[in-house]
Design a binder for this molecule. Structure first.
Ligand SMILES: C[S@@+](CC[C@H](N)C(=O)[O-])C[C@H]1O[C@@H](n2cnc3c(N)ncnc32)[C@H](O)[C@@H]1O
Length: 361
């Protein structure tokens, strides 16, 4: 595998540390259950699983600002503008994640396609799908025509990815679904046999209880013998982490600020956004990069839809996103508690990133 190292599973079981038992899942399945039934009956599910409204955003912001300490749901970072900025972040020299994961996939995709056999590819939080194109090429080279279902909350990037893949890869049948992970969970079984992709270390945006609920739902949705391809950031270097989330060109800062610009656009919040600063720092105790918006002057966030206003003081910081970093000797046994057994782990020489091929037992 050239410069890449395929690690054996045995090597990765270190101390055998296990995370605590999982919390029970509570997912609102009403609309999604109907769609799952339709899918099981052979009907193509509609592309729109969620009609997201400004009211959804308003409620989420009000909840987050009522929380102590204040935090906002990172899902709302990805409107059309946010997705566009995220693509620029991925191109920055400091942001090693995309580049490293892309190289790992380029070296490993053939092996992954061989190990899983012909399957439907389903991807959560698919974004632009640029790295996924490498995997799709390997599947079509080995198995012929491929069925691919990307799922993303950002409609603009989803449409762009669908158009690009359809134009470039006529052998790939794309059936994009606009919605959240939770919207897609009940549909997973209808795609079996499948490979579920979750790339970009997006799993690091979930805190530990969100991750427990996420994996519980994935385990419930996949059928025994289905596969999951998970990309995780395993970088331990605090300087590299700091640089990746504070790029010199300022795209990380623009990404954080866009959440507040979105409040202006969709909630009529009338915030002075240039005075809101991006603060990203690695917290070694929690092994995560924490991203905050710091208000350099006192402002009010008005949410007209709810008739509410929240005062944010000068110097106050609001958590907008976390990006957890992982150790494989914790991650592998943790995933095993959900019935997801690591089959193969692909990594780069510097051990900055890992791609795990998991099998639902
Ligand atoms: C960190 S980006 C990763 C994109 C891509 N997978 C990659 O590796 O470059 C996260 C993606 O997940 C989407 N996303 C974030 N939260 C989501 C949610 N709750 N449900 C569905 N999609 C979500 C975003 O719109 C974005 O495209």
């Amino acid at each position: 595998m050239d410069s890449l190292t395929a690690l054996t599973i045995e090597k990765l079981y270190g101390s055998g540390d296990r995370e605590p038992a999982v919390a029970p899942v509570r997912v609102d399945l009403n609309q999604a259950q109907v769609l799952a039934l339709a899918a099981a009956a052979g009907q193509k599910p509609p592309a729109d699983l969620r009609a997201e409204t400004a009211m959804d955003f308003a409620v989420s912001v009000a909840r987050g600002l009522s929380h102590a300490p204040r935090r906002l749901d990172c899902r709302f970072l990805y409107d059309a503008r946010g997705s566009e900025i995220f693509e620029r972040i991925c191109e920055q020299p400091e942001y090693y994640l995309t580049r490293t994961e892309g190289a790992i996939l380029a070296a490993a995709a053939g092996d992954i396609a061989r190990r899983t056999g012909p399957v439907t590819l389903v991807e959560l939080g698919s974004g632009s799908g640029i790295k996924t194109q490498i995997v799709l090429e390997a599947y079509s080279a080995r198995h012929g025509p491929v069925r691919y279902t990307p799922v993303d909350i950002s409609k603009s990037i989803l449409e762009l990815a669908e158009q690009e893949i359809t134009a470039k890869m006529p052998h790939v049948k794309v059936e994009a679904l606009h919605g959240t992970y939770e919207d897609a969970f009940p549909l997973l079984a209808s795609y079996s046999p499948c490979l579920l992709l979750f790339l970009g270390s997006t799993v690091g945006n979930l805190d530990s209880s969100e991750a427990d609920r996420f994996w519980e739902a994935i385990a419930a949705g996949l059928m025994p013998g289905d596969f999951c391809l998970l990309g995780v950031d395993i970088n331990e270097d605090p300087d590299a982490l700091h640089a990746a989330y504070n790029d010199g060109a300022g795209y990380s800062a623009a990404f954080t600020r866009n959440l507040f610009e979105r409040m202006n656009r969709e909630l009529g919040a009338s915030l002075n956004t240039p005075s809101i600063e991006h603060v990203a720092a690695y917290n070694p105790e929690w092994r995560r990069v924490e991203i905050f918006a710091r208000f350099t002057s006192t402002q009010s966030i008005d949410i007209s839809q709810l008739g509410r206003s929240f005062r944010v003081g000068k110097g106050e910081q609001i958590l907008t996103e976390v990006s957890r970093k992982f150790r494989l000797n914790h991650m592998v046994p943790y995933l095993a508690t959900f019935g997801l057994a690591a089959q193969q782990i692909y990594s780069d020489e510097e051990k900055r990133f890992a791609v795990l091929l998991l099998r639902r037992v």
